[in-house]
Each structure stands twice: as structure tokens, then as C-alpha cells.
Ligand binder design. Structure first.
Ligand SMILES: *[C@@H]1O[C@H](CO)[C@@H](O)[C@H](O)[C@H]1NC(C)=O
Ligand SMILES: *[C@@H]1O[C@H](CO)[C@@H](O)[C@H](O)[C@H]1NC(C)=O
Ligand SMILES: *[C@@H]1O[C@H](CO)[C@@H](O)[C@H](O)[C@H]1NC(C)=O
Ligand SMILES: *[C@@H]1O[C@H](CO)[C@@H](O)[C@H](O)[C@H]1NC(C)=O
Ligand SMILES: *[C@@H]1O[C@H](CO)[C@@H](O)[C@H](O)[C@H]1NC(C)=O
Ligand SMILES: CC(=O)N[C@H]1CO[C@H](CO)[C@@H](O)[C@@H]1O
Length: 294
């Protein structure tokens, strides 16, 4: 196991095929102190899956967060490199067991226009082709944080995902969660670099987000409330997923305008699919239906 200095080593928490792990060495990874989530505890979480010839049932790539019946958020880095996630599902807490509320759909993707290798703007909207029809205990949307005063406003925060839980480099079938605390950005900058206010940091001494958690939710409740709001999207952390180092999350409050404007666009959902069907035929639809939309 190699311990890397957080200051220099950036590691994006996505599964190996997509990772931008600069060292490329073995990863010691763990959501230390993570607990099994209960059904309905994070009803807005989804799993972005890649479907290939070898794996027609799909493999978990990243987390996603349902924000209404047609749209989910994830991290842009989950969509930018190949292979592309081809479907998303909601309503399950176990990746291998479909619950009665399992909802699955192909995805259309919309990374942030200005996402680049500096990892800024690590946010993407996912258009869910087959809308979620009804909300229930296991599937519902989460509301977005709007205030940029997160640290004083929110009391309890959680990160959830199916990312690596141990040194074995296995994804967890059971959804895991951990409590984390928002970290003052000046402390976080001292550990990382002088980023601007489009990210927010959170940490715990015993748990941490890890590979495969990318794109998933950092949710917090306000004092005197249990309702969770989406404060961040898992973006990156140190290679070894070492508890005690602040993990970096895309700051949802900084992208309100982008989210609002881009989720209100509708026509592309039908027109490109229709065009592609005519041009390539139905069999090729799957392969060609993942556009960079914006
Ligand atoms: C895919 O799922 C089906 C039905 O659940 C199962 O029988 C099959 O073994 C799975 N294939 C793989 C490669 O996991
Ligand atoms: C929610 O998920 C749990 C666990 O899979 C399942 O037992 C329960 O029936 C589901 N509830 C609904 C409303 O689908
Ligand atoms: C860290 O995680 C532990 C175990 O889940 C929890 O009891 C503790 O409150 C968390 N600490 C912070 C600062 O969130
Ligand atoms: C964060 O740290 C800065 C500099 O140390 C300080 O001025 C600011 O008040 C802190 N903010 C909070 C919310 O603690
Ligand atoms: C954040 O920093 C980058 C360069 O480091 C800059 O291009 C960008 O405009 C900054 N964004 C904001 C909102 O300040
Ligand atoms: C297609 C679309 O509406 N794109 C918009 C996404 O949001 C930004 C503002 O944050 C607009 O400039 C884009 O036009």
C-alpha cells in the first residue's frame, strides 16, 4: 500500500476503468466506519451503470442523485471518459437485488460545459429517458441546497454510495453511508490547493468516500430538522480514501443557475432519439444515444 500526499495526488472517486488515478498503483480503499443504509434512508440515490457485451446486466460506475422525475445529478467525470454509463437505476439499496420499487432507465447525459481536467465544474445532469412515475418510500427526489452558508446552516451530513469499502477493491452490493462534517474551505484549501468556491469539503476521522462513490450525494439536514438537502456531489479525494482528509464535493449551491437553466430544456429528449432511430436503426440506438448535449 502506498500512502500518497494529499496535496499532490488527486484521485477521482470513480471505478478503475474511469479513474484518473495519477499513480496507477494499488489502491487501498475504504469507507471506514460506513454503515449499511436502510431502505428509504437515501431514496434519491441511484446507480449509474455501464452495460457491455461482456456484462449485459450492467456494472456500477458511479452514483447519481434524483432531483425530479426526469433529471438526476452526477459528477461530470463519471460521464466524460469512455466507457459511458448507459443506464441508471433507482429504488434499490442492494445492487444485486431488485426491490419492488426498482426503476431503471437509459440515460442521456449532459456534463457541465466547462468541466475540465482541473476538476472544476465536476457536475452533470442526466436526463432519465423513462421518467420515474411515482415516488414511494424507496424512490423520491431530494431538494437542492440554495444557501452558500452551508457550514453554519447544516448540522448533520451524510455521504452514501456503493463505492469500495475495503482494500479488496470490491464495490459494495449493499448501499453504505457515513456521517461526515463540513469543513471550512480555508482548512480544505490548505490540504489541497487554492480552489474557488465551487466545491465544498467534508470529512470524518473514521470514514471517507471512495472509488465508485463519485457522483453520489453529500446530503445534510438543518438544525431542528431531519429533512435532507443535497449540498454536494462526490467529486474527488486522496487516492487511498484515507479518513481524516477532507473529501472534495461539487458545491450544489454554486450551480443552482446552471441546474435550473439546463434541466428546463426538453426537446432534445425526443428529437435526437427519433433522428438516430431513423439514421441508424433501432439496434444502434443504444450505442448512439449518449450525447454530450451542452
Ligand atoms: C444477468 O442476470 C440474469 C438474470 O438476473 C442472470 O441469470 C445472469 O446470470 C446475469 N449475468 C451475469 C453475467 O451476471
Ligand atoms: C423498499 O425496499 C425494500 C427493500 O428492498 C422493500 O422491502 C420494500 O418493499 C420497498 N418498498 C416499496 C414501497 O417498494
Ligand atoms: C464520524 O463517523 C462516526 C461513525 O459513523 C460518527 O459517530 C461520528 O459522529 C462522525 N463524526 C463526524 C464529525 O461527523
Ligand atoms: C473559516 O476560516 C476562516 C479563516 O480562518 C475564518 O475567517 C472563517 O470565519 C471560518 N469560517 C467558519 C464558518 O468557521
Ligand atoms: C475558479 O478558478 C478558475 C481558475 O483557477 C477560474 O477560471 C474560474 O473563473 C474561477 N471561478 C470562479 C467562480 O471564481
Ligand atoms: C441548453 C441550455 O439551456 N444551456 C444552459 C445551461 O445553463 C447555462 C447557465 O448556467 C446557460 O448559459 C446555458 O445556455
Amino acid at each position: 500500500m502506498r500512502i500518497l500526499t494529499p496535496f499532490l495526488q488527486v484521485f477521482v472517486w470513480v471505478i478503475p476503468a474511469l479513474s484518473q488515478d495519477v499513480e496507477g498503483g494499488p489502491i487501498s480503499a475504504a469507507v471506514f466506519g460506513g454503515n449499511n443504509a436502510e431502505p428509504g434512508q437515501f431514496p434519491f440515490i441511484g446507480s449509474l451503470q455501464e452495460k457491455t457485451h461482456d456484462n449485459p446486466n450492467g456494472t456500477h460506475i458511479c452514483g447519481a442523485v434524483l432531483i425530479d422525475k426526469k433529471w438526476a445529478l452526477t459528477a461530470a467525470h463519471c460521464l466524460c471518459p469512455s466507457p459511458y454509463p448507459s443506464k441508471v437505476f433507482f429504488g434499490d439499496i442492494n445492487l444485486k437485488q431488485k426491490s419492488p420499487s426498482h426503476h431503471e432507465s437509459r440515460v442521456l447525459r449532459a456534463p457541465h460545459k466547462y468541466y475540465d481536467t482541473t476538476l472544476e465544474n465536476d457536475i452533470a445532469l442526466i436526463a432519465i429517458r423513462d421518467d420515474v412515475k411515482d415516488y414511494n418510500q424507496n424512490v423520491s427526489e431530494v431538494s437542492l441546497a440554495t444557501s452558500s452558508d452551508e457550514i453554519s446552516l447544516y448540522e448533520k451530513c451524510f455521504v452514501a454510495g456503493w463505492g469500495y469499502t475495503s482494500d479488496e477493491n470490491y464495490l459494495s452490493d449493499a448501499l453504505q453511508y457515513a456521517e461526515v462534517k463540513l469543513v471550512n474551505s480555508s482548512i480544505c484549501k490548505a490540504k489541497w490547493w487554492d480552489f474557488n468556491e465551487t466545491v465544498i469539503c467534508a470529512q470524518n476521522t473514521t470514514s471517507d468516500a471512495c472509488k465508485g462513490d463519485s457522483g453520489g450525494p453529500l446530503v445534510c439536514s438543518k438544525k431542528s430538522s431531519t429533512a435532507l438537502e443535497l449540498v454536494g456531489i462526490v467529486s474527488y479525494g486522496v487516492n487511498v480514501c484515507m479518513p481524516g482528509n477532507p473529501g472534495v464535493y461539487t458545491r450544489v449551491s454554486a450551480f443552482q443557475e446552471w441546474i435550473a437553466e439546463n434541466r428546463s430544456t426538453k426537446p432534445f429528449l425526443t428529437i435526437p432519439l427519433w433522428l438516430i432511430t431513423v439514421m441508424f436503426g433501432y439496434q444502434l440506438l443504444e450505442q448512439y444515444s449518449y450525447f454530450i448535449l451542452f
